[in-house]
Write a protein that binds this ligand. Structure first.
Ligand code: FE
Length: 139
């Protein structure tokens, strides 16, 4: 993983074999980023995406292996209990050029990932809402 800060934005490169979320978190920690947005593109060959079942309030997760283009990762950086908290969604293009996607749980990069973290000044935390079953933004 490599990154370069340019003003309020950070260009990110995550390399083959590296896990996407843990590396994005590490960059946020190193640069003390507590609030921001993230976008990116790349490729993965092992990715787990979730779908929130609003009745059971649990994620239904599914793993996909093999070559997939990361056509987009989109999400935000906040904090919860003093830790960096990333909420990311992903869309993937498969070998048939069909798109799948969902809540991003983990992705191992197969070629490269190119991302931009947009740093926002301030801090927003999260709190668990039992009714929804999610850590919602505390605004
Ligand atoms: Fe989500």
């Amino acid at each position: 993983m490599k990154y370069k800060r340019c003003g309020t934005r950070v260009f990110v490169r995550i390399d083959k074999g590296e896990e996407l979320i843990e590396n994005l978190k590490a960059i946020c920690k190193e640069l003390n980023i507590t609030l921001g947005s993230i976008c990116g593109i790349g490729a993965t060959d092992k990715v787990t995406v979730g779908l929130m079942n609003t009745k059971t309030k649990k994620y239904q997760s599914k793993e996909f292996t093999g070559d997939h283009e990361i056509t987009s990762v989109l999400g935000n950086v906040t904090t919860m209990n003093g830790e960096v908290y990333l909420h990311l969604h992903i869309t993937l293009g498969n070998v048939e050029h069909k798109i799948i996607g969902g809540h991003l749980t983990s992705a191992v990069i197969s070629a490269t990932f190119e991302g931009i973290i947009d740093i926002i000044e301030g801090q927003i935390t999260r709190e668990y809402h039992d009714e929804v079953g999610l850590n919602l933004l505390r605004l």
